[in-house]
Every structure is written in structure tokens, then in C-alpha cells.
Design a protein around this ligand. Structure first.
Ligand SMILES: *[C@@H]1O[C@H](CO)[C@@H](O)[C@H](O)[C@H]1NC(C)=O
Ligand SMILES: *[C@@H]1O[C@H](CO)[C@@H](O)[C@H](O)[C@H]1NC(C)=O
Ligand SMILES: *[C@@H]1O[C@H](CO)[C@@H](O)[C@H](O)[C@H]1NC(C)=O
Length: 431
């Protein structure tokens, strides 16, 4: 049993390191669906018409997103990834969709998606070629930005393959400017830091000024080891990357793979909880036409989505790592706090964790209301600074709580009390 004490100090609200890209978008982490992890570069529509990269796939996803409650839950963008392109640009030098797989063209697909009240995302690459070898945008930034604007596309995922890394920043900045110049608001999803980390520490001030979200680390796979590696990378770089997240620009740990084949129920809950704590874009890559009810319920869990979309717009930190438990905390609006506790021990059964406030932790002074959201909803009632809360966490699972401070007397009294606090620590303290 582990006795962890969660400390108030994390609530210290810092402004993001820099101004966000000023296009009015991504004020909250983007929500939607993106084809890559599940459908990859499947272009064989003769043999596999249901799963190949074609306009049909996105139209069907859009249909399901409206019919099955996804749109209502907040999932808005239907996003194309690599392999939508024709091998050649057209006579005017513009990108064009593969005519066989996208007979109506992208403009018509965008119109269709818009008619459902959803938005369309597209994919291109800052370098000479896309990662799968289709034409890249190097030398064509303005042409391609204008093409996407003419098609009424709403989001661009801009990959970083086949690019001289010395020109990476320049390329991403130039495309950002080209998108702006079109006069259309197009959400700009970058992979700039991912490709730059190999060579040097990226400039997150510049990245935040340029992009609406940015991939930092390797592609997600449909496995717990992949999800774990992303969490570990994020935690071990959190002092560098977390301050750059905020309304208008977010760290992107890649897609949600919930509803596929590789994650157990507990692991799916862990991914959902931690992506919410990380203020990550929630871009599902799964087959919404065929998804099990439990995964669907998890992905549509309103309380977790509310943490993800919280108006304070602060990304959380890993605040403790002890005895194969990890504690992650995200400050929320209204002085609330979301806390995720992961059991990283992959042997044995559920393990108990005791959480108690350290002296001076004033969030629950005089009282706070604690709600467990995962593994199932449970009111844990009013707690004081002296409460000991016991949670039980499955192997590779997560217990997710929200902590809401309340005053037993008056709000005013509580606020006075609150302003008195001078606790400055940024990390949880382990007793
Ligand atoms: C272009 O950038 C300017 C200045 O940053 C901003 O005010 C404007 O809204 C942007 N336009 C679009 C379409 O993003
Ligand atoms: C970015 O734009 C500048 C100014 O037009 C240009 O000199 C530079 O070559 C461009 N870089 C890339 C990688 O396109
Ligand atoms: C990072 O980018 C910002 C904004 O573009 C710039 O002002 C700053 O000088 C850059 N920092 C470094 C270390 O290059």
C-alpha cells in the first residue's frame, strides 16, 4: 500500500510561455477522428473496399459520428491522413486526390462532411514527399494552402518526412503564414518538434506561435507498451513541454486507439484518463462502424471529456512516481483538480493506494467534494484535510478523481483563506 500525499501547489497558475497562433481555433483540445493508426495506407479498394482510404470511408465515419452520438459528445473533425493523394500534381501544379478512390474530389467530400455539421481534416507534408511517398508541399506551400482553402478544408495535419531538418522550422512557419494568407481559418496540426528532437531541443515558443497542436514523440501503436512509452516521454519532458500548452495550442501525444485490438479495458481507461489530463487532442483512430459498447461509452464519457475540454486550458503534470504507481494531476477551472492514479505494476491484482493531504494542503480546507470518474462513477463525499482516501487500482488501470473545493460557511470566507496560502511547491510530496 502506498501513502501518497497530493499537494495543493500544482494549482499555481502559470500563463503559457508564449502567444498562441492567432487563428481563433483550438481554444480547447481538438476532438475528432483520424484514419492513420487503424487504416494506415490501405489503398486496395478492389480487395478491401470497406477499409481502404477512399471518400467512402470518411463519409461513413461522418454518418456514424452523427448517428451514434459522437458529434453530440464533442467529436467534430473527420480527418484524412496520408495516402489520399494522386502520385502527381495536376497541370496547374496543385495537389489532387486519387481520382479512383476519391471520384467526387475533396471539395465534395468537405461539403458532405459539413452537411453533417462536422469538419474535414486533410494531410500534407512539409518536405519533398509525404511519409508514404506521395507529393510533398516543399516549394508549394502557398499553392497547397490555397488549394485546401478552396476546398473548404478545416484542418491540416502537416507531417515532417523528407525534409532537411535545418529547414524544418522555416517550412512549418511558412506554411502557417500561407494558411493565414488564404483568409480561411484552418486548424494547423504540426509535427515540427517530433522531427526536431533528434537533432536539438525545439523552440516551443516559436512552435506555439505557429501551430495549433504539435506532435512531440513517436506514432502511437495499438498496444499498452506504446501508450506507456508516450506517457513516459511526456512525463520526462514535462518541464519543457507543459508550459507551452494552453488555449490555441496543445501538445499532441497522438491518437486514441481505444476500441481497437491491443488495449485491455483497464488500459483503454488509462489512455482516456491520461489524454484528458494531458489536455491532448482527442483524435480517435478506430472503426466507429464497429466498436464495442464499452469502448464507445468510455470515449463518450462526458465527465472525462469535460476534464479534457476544461476552460482553464492547463495541461497536467505527473506529480508522483512511487512503488509502481504514477500520480498525474491537472488543475481545472473553479480551483478544481483532476487526479489520475495509474497502477504500472503488470503482475498481480488490484493494489490499494491511500491518498491524504499533507499539512498545508488547503484545497480540502475546510472541505472538498471528491468524485471518482474511473473505473466507475462514485461519489466519494466530502473530505477534509485529515481524510484518508483509499482507492484500488487494477494493473495497468487508472483511478480518475475530481476534487472540488467547497466552503462550509461562505464562499467569501473560503476565498480569503485561499488567498492566504503561500504554498509554492509544484510537485506532490510523498509521505
Ligand atoms: C491571420 O493572422 C492575423 C494576425 O496574427 C490574425 O489576426 C488573423 O485572424 C489571421 N487570419 C486567419 C484566417 O487565420
Ligand atoms: C520560407 O520563406 C522564406 C521567405 O519567403 C524563404 O526565403 C524560405 O526559403 C522559405 N523556406 C522554406 C523551407 O520554404
Ligand atoms: C524562439 O522563438 C521565439 C519566437 O519566434 C524567438 O523570439 C526566440 O528568440 C527563439 N529562441 C531561441 C533560443 O532561439
Amino acid at each position: 500500500m502506498c501513502r501518497c500525499a497530493l499537494l495543493l501547489g500544482l494549482i499555481v497558475v502559470m500563463s503559457p510561455a508564449a502567444e498562441a497562433l492567432d487563428n481563433g481555433l483550438a481554444l480547447k483540445p481538438t476532438m475528432g477522428w483520424l484514419h492513420w493508426e487503424r487504416f494506415l495506407c490501405n489503398i486496395d479498394c478492389d480487395k478491401d473496399p470497406n477499409n481502404c482510404i477512399s471518400e467512402r470511408l470518411y463519409m461513413q465515419m461522418a454518418d456514424v459520428m452523427v448517428k451514434e452520438g459522437w458529434k453530440e459528445a464533442g467529436y467534430e473533425y473527420v480527418c484524412i491522413d496520408d495516402c489520399w493523394l494522386s502520385r502527381q500534381r495536376d497541370a496547374q501544379g496543385r495537389l489532387q486526390a486519387d481520382p479512383k478512390r476519391f471520384p467526387g474530389g475533396i471539395k465534395k467530400l468537405a461539403d458532405y462532411v459539413h452537411s453533417k455539421g462536422l469538419k474535414l481534416g486533410i494531410y500534407a507534408d512539409v518536405g519533398k514527399n509525404t511519409c508514404a511517398g506521395y507529393p510533398g508541399s516543399l516549394g508549394y506551400y502557398e499553392t497547397d494552402a490555397q488549394t485546401f482553402a478552396d476546398w473548404d478544408v478545416d484542418l491540416l495535419k502537416f507531417d515532417g518526412c523528407f525534409m532537411d531538418w535545418n529547414l524544418l522550422g522555416e517550412g512549418y512557419v511558412n506554411m502557417s503564414k500561407a494558411l493565414n494568407k488564404t483568409g480561411h481559418s484552418i486548424l494547423y496540426s504540426c509535427e515540427w518538434p517530433l522531427y526536431e528532437w533528434t537533432f536539438q531541443k525545439p523552440n516551443y515558443t516559436a512552435i506555439r506561435e505557429t501551430c495549433n497542436h504539435w506532435r512531440n514523440f513517436a506514432d502511437v501503436y495499438d498496444s499498452w507498451s506504446s501508450v506507456k512509452s508516450i506517457l513516459e516521454w511526456t512525463a520526462s519532458h514535462q518541464d519543457v513541454i507543459v508550459p507551452s500548452a494552453g488555449p490555441g495550442g496543445w501538445n499532441d501525444p497522438d491518437m486514441l486507439v481505444i476500441g481497437n485490438f491491443g488495449l485491455s479495458r483497464d488500459q483503454q481507461e488509462s489512455q482516456m484518463a491520461l489524454w484528458a489530463i494531458m489536455a491532448a487532442p482527442l483524435l480517435m483512430s478506430n472503426d466507429l462502424r464497429d466498436i464495442c459498447p464499452r469502448s464507445k461509452e468510455l470515449l463518450q464519457n462526458r465527465l472525462i471529456i469535460a476534464i479534457s475540454q476544461d476552460s482553464l486550458g492547463k495541461q497536467g503534470y505527473r506529480t508522483a512516481k512511487v512503488d509502481s504507481f504514477e500520480v498525474w494531476e491537472r488543475p481545472l477551472s473553479g480551483n478544481r483538480l483532476a487526479v489520475a492514479m495509474l497502477n504500472m505494476q503488470e503482475i498481480g491484482g488490484p493494489r490499494r493506494l491511500v491518498i491524504e493531504a499533507v499539512p498545508g494542503w488547503r484545497k480540502c480546507n475546510p472541505l472538498c467534494n471528491v468524485t471518482q470518474i474511473l473505473p466507475q462513477y462514485k461519489e466519494m463525499g466530502l473530505q477534509t484535510p485529515h481524510s484518508k482516501m483509499v482507492v484500488s487500482v487494477n494493473p495497468s488501470g487508472t483511478t480518475l478523481l475530481t476534487i472540488t473545493p467547497i466552503s462550509s460557511n461562505s464562499q467569501g470566507l473560503y476565498k480569503l483563506h485561499w488567498q492566504d496560502t503561500s504554498v509554492k511547491q509544484k510537485r506532490a510530496t510523498i509521505l
